[in-house]
Write a new protein. Sequence first.
Length: 82
Amino acid sequence: MSDISQTIATLEDLQLQKAEALGKLRTQKQVMTDAAKNLFAPVAPAADKGTAIMRAFNTGMAVFDGVMLGVKLMRKVRKMFR
């Protein structure tokens, strides 16, 4: 009998649970928004020439790597459909 009384929630209990869930959702939304802003924020200008050169090199290597991956995937897809 005590199990049944514990599972039945009053209207006030449901309202409290709803308010807690909404609070958790709002905090998670804020965390996700902050993470997205940090992820897509513009890159700060380089402090010196060495940093600028390394950033340009890293960007170029990332583009090259992406192109090579695309070419390899295209070749594999073409082989599958021959």
